[in-house]
Design a protein around this ligand. Structure first.
Ligand code: PLP
Length: 488
């Protein structure tokens, strides 16, 4: 083996990586290649028979991989709902990777796993009765929450789906047509079936219609189906719409049906006083999810699923007892003297992973760094940026705002009077492609009532007002240019 002594290795090697990262966050990317041939030559090749040694690895990381990273962290990037992590949670993730590689057993990291879940619940306005577990992202968090919903619904008709599988009435899940598609996937994985997901119509502001939900649910119950969950969004992925939580939660309650709120992106939007009242009804939720790797800028790989009672997660997801996990641990909490005396809180039985990093320390680091007020400031700032885009689009004769932003997503497009709807969609697609390729600005797109929309989502801590104004100017310029090209 060529590993060699480790003394001083972190200081030496990570110093080089840190310097390369400091260069990367100047966001000029002078060495970026986007050239798979070169990557193949420098990083690919045949399976190495002999090791090149750590110095070669560190050199490849510092000189090739880091300079050829992605644009997600760039100040001009506003695509999808994703962002580059900030320094404090990244340092925390690195620290736990070495010092506490697992979230289980007694260590300071295991301790802040729970502390950070309690802080996050309070930050999100969930109340102390909501208990959480971290998973790898919103997709798995929705899966875990809907696993609890499945347990709840079938236990009520005398079936334990976690233990015995599904053999009862056919399930239905209600969500809006704007819901994240991970809801369907979760239904598939849980054996409920993607086709069990019913799409409730939306109103003119992309919010689920309670009257339509009530009607669909009543009809399905008459037909003998088993409603498993109502899934509302606190911030949809397309436009940031917040479903009417009070009305939806009350309908779910009145039918004894699990009420799940998907706040993967938007839950923390409630910190902005201008929209805080739209989150009323959150207290009716049986489960809520939030992704710290979205609006809290944690490294990708951390979401929290909260439920009223983690015992239902245990019934849904436990592996059952395993000798290799129990043997050497003392049961008595009063006699813990060594990190191996207890497994700590059994997070591994509340969801679908056993081995998992101590993710809570990342959330703990962000909240400790910024506090509630710092986090609120950044969320208000991001919501301001979406409002700025919308106002600019309204004010400009050749732009058009397509939504009224609730949170930090704006939807707008370039417009010219003499074009058909299809022609306008086409034109805006071309503008967006050129924007991403030719400028520093990279929003993504969506469709709002059949109109192709340029859709920036602001959650990037590095984005400034100048980046927003620059993007708008670039869209106008590219739109004018594309229009001029086509004119005879
Ligand atoms: C992003 C998102 C998800 C999926 O989360 P991942 O972390 O990407 O797996 C689910 N629901 C909503 C509303 C989202 O915005």
């Amino acid at each position: 083996m060529t590993t060699g002594p480790e003394t001083g290795a972190f200081t030496r090697h990570l110093g080089r990586i840190a310097a390369a990262l400091d260069r990367f966050v100047e966001f000029e990317h002078p060495d970026a290649l986007v050239n798979a041939d070169v990557w193949r030559e420098q990083l690919g090749g045949p399976l190495p028979t002999a090791g090149a040694g750590i110095d070669a690895v560190i050199a490849d990381l510092a000189d090739v991989l880091i300079p050829n990273g992605s644009r997600i962290s760039d100040p001009g990037f506003s695509g999808f709902i994703t962002t580059g992590p900030t320094t404090a949670p990244t340092a925390a993730a690195l620290a736990s990777a070495i010092a506490a590689p697992q979230r289980y057993m007694m260590s300071a990291f295991n301790f802040v796993e729970e502390t950070s879940l309690l802080w996050l619940a309070e930050l999100a306005g969930l109340g102390p009765h909501m208990k959480g577990v971290y998973v790898s992202g919103g997709s798995v968090a929705n899966l875990v929450a809907l696993g609890a919903a499945r347990q709840h619904a079938y236990e009520a008709v005398g079936i334990d789906p976690g233990a015995d599988g599904l053999n009862g009435p056919s399930p239905v899940i209600y969500t809006s047509s704007e819901a994240h598609h991970t809801v369907q996937r979760a239904a598939g994985v849980l054996g409920l079936g993607r086709s069990a997901v019913r799409f409730v119509p939306i109103d003119e502001r992309q919010r689920m219609r309670p009257d339509a939900l009530e009607e669909m649910m009543a009809a399905d119950r008459t037909a003998g189906l088993l409603p498993v969950a109502v899934v509302a969004a606190a911030g949809t992925t397309n436009t940031g719409a917040i479903d009417p939580l009070v009305a939806l939660g009350e309908i779910a309650r009145s039918h004894g049906v699990w009420f799940h709120v998907d706040g993967a992106y938007g839950l923390l939007g409630r910190l902005d006083g201008r929209v805080a009242d739209r989150y009323a009804g959150l207290e009716l939720a049986d489960s809520v999810i939030v992704d710290p790797h979205k609006w809290l800028a944690a490294p990708v790989g951390v979401a929290a699923a909260f439920v009223r009672d983690r015992a239902i997660l245990h019934r849904a997801f436990t592996q059952g007892p395993a000798e290799y996990l129990e043997g050497s641990f003392v049961a008595d909490d009063d006699d813990i003297q060594n990190s191996m005396d207890s497994m700590g809180i059994p997070y591994g039985d509340f969801a679908v992973e056993l081995s998992a990093p101590a993710r809570g320390v990342q959330v703990w680091a962000i909240i400790r760094e910024l506090g509630v007020s710092g986090i609120r400031d950044s969320i208000v700032h991001d919501n301001d940026l979406a409002r700025r885009v919308t106002a600019a689009a309204r004010a400009h004769p050749r732009l058009e705002a397509l939504t009224e932003p609730e949170l930090s997503i704006a939807c707008f497009r370039y417009r010219s009077a003499d074009r058909s709807p299809d022609g306008l969609n086409d034109l805006n697609e071309r503008i967006l492609r050129r924007l991403v390729r030719e400028t520093a600005f990279a929003p993504s797109s969506t469709v709002v009532e059949r109109s192709f929309a340029i859709r920036p989502c602001y959650i990037n801590r590095r984005t400034t007002i100048a980046d927003v104004d620059g993007m708008i100017e670039a869209v106008v310029q590219l739109g004018d240019d594309e229009s001029a090209r086509e004119s005879p």
